[in-house]
Design a protein around this ligand. Structure first.
Ligand SMILES: Cc1ncc(C[n+]2csc(CCOP(=O)(O)OP(=O)(O)O)c2C)c(N)n1
Length: 200
């Protein structure tokens, strides 16, 4: 059996920088952030009305992103989440593959940890390969990004190539400061709907 290891301590890519670069100059994007640090990374890049950051619902980021992508097929939809959150909603990848939304890109910030709850190692620190899971579900466009060159290529292509796409980005395991979205879920829902549809 493959042992769990702390290799993410040495990964080069820094999650907040990665997310800031992915979201730069994309005011049109409908953005779903998975609970915890992934949502703080998104909010640190700018709190916008078209951000829908989850405060709970672990495992719910991709299902929400999928529903949104199907409801709004002409708008680009991005889900940014953590590996732990993704694993809790892993079955949703099969539905993404089945539905083939061309406007959906899923980004997993894989620090191989449950960082928010104390940095416990997740299965991706050992034998689990989320890209293979996505491919096995039938999402053909997938990647695992480990360095700057691969990251630049991904950012250059991610808004050009039709989805669905699934990108695992291996990021260094570290604690970034909390930058939180508004805490009231109803307020988040209302402002998102108003910005998207013009009605609450
Ligand atoms: C159903 C459920 N189980 C557990 C938790 C506790 N919890 C909150 S964040 C988190 C870890 C998330 O891990 P990951 O998605 O990998 O993000 P990271 O914190 O590593 O960036 C956990 C276990 C929760 N909120 N809901």
């Amino acid at each position: 059996m493959k042992q769990l290891s702390r290799r993410a301590d040495d990964y080069r890519l820094v999650r907040r920088d990665v997310v800031g670069r992915i979201l730069k100059n994309r005011p049109d994007l409908l953005l779903i952030g998975g609970l915890g640090p992934a949502s703080w990374d998104c909010t640190a890049a700018g709190d916008r009305d078209l951000n829908f950051m989850l405060w709970g619902a672990m495992g719910g980021a991709v299902p929400i992103g999928l529903g949104l992508a199907l409801a709004q097929p002409d708008r680009p939809v991005m889900v940014i989440t953590g590996d732990g959150e993704m694993m809790m909603g892993m079955g949703s990848l099969a539905l993404v593959a089945m539905q083939q939304p061309r406007n959906l890109h899923i980004v997993v910030l894989d620090n191989e940890r449950f960082e928010e709850t104390g940095g416990q190692l997740t299965p991706t620190a050992g034998c689990t390969d989320l890209q293979l899971v996505a491919t096995g579900c039938g999402i053909e466009q997938s990647a695992t990004i480990r360095d700057e060159v691969q990251l630049q290529k991904l950012i250059g292509e991610m808004y050009v190539k039709p989805g669905p796409a699934f990108s695992v980005i291996k990021v260094r395991a570290e604690n970034e400061p909390m930058v939180t979205a508004p805490k009231d879920g109803n307020e988040l829902r209302i402002r998102f709907r108003r910005a998207l549809l013009g009605v609450a």
